[in-house]
Design a protein around this ligand. Structure first.
Ligand code: DGP
Length: 113
């Protein structure tokens, strides 16, 4: 077993409600949804957070955003959703594997908590 929860989902060692998959990305429903639509989009490769992204990961980043776009379209929230990535424990990151929350399906207020 991997020590990373999301790596376990990628390896199918842990069940998840997968909604979309590409060669290098995976999208699955958040286990604790905060809105009718709450999907997590992750790279299959372990990346701890967006702090590890840069010029060398440009293609992966483009693929992640293609997946985010597809997820939003399939969930019918392409015209209105929030995209969140928490970076570090101080910002509320509980799983140290890069993930983008795609949240929608209800009115979203600003600023976030
Ligand atoms: P964050 O707090 O930004 O690190 O978000 C982590 C999210 O991951 C949180 O909203 C709950 C979700 N999560 C944690 N464990 C699991 C799991 O085993 N399966 C799924 N589908 N989601 C999980």
């Amino acid at each position: 077993m991997s020590e990373c929860l999301f790596c376990e989902i990628v390896a199918h060692e842990l069940d998840a409600d997968i909604v979309h998959e590409t060669a290098n990305t995976l999208a699955f429903r958040d286990i604790h949804p905060v809105a009718p639509v709450h999907v997590l989009v992750i790279p299959k490769k372990h990346v701890a957070s967006s702090q590890e992204l840069g010029a060398a990961t440009g293609e992966l980043l483009a693929e992640l955003f293609e997946t985010i776009k597809t997820v939003a379209e399939h969930a019918d929230v392409d015209a209105g959703h929030r995209l969140v990535t928490n970076v570090g424990a101080a910002a509320g990151q509980t799983v140290p594997h890069l993930h983008f929350h795609v949240i929608g399906g209800r009115p979203l207020s600003w600023p976030p908590g």
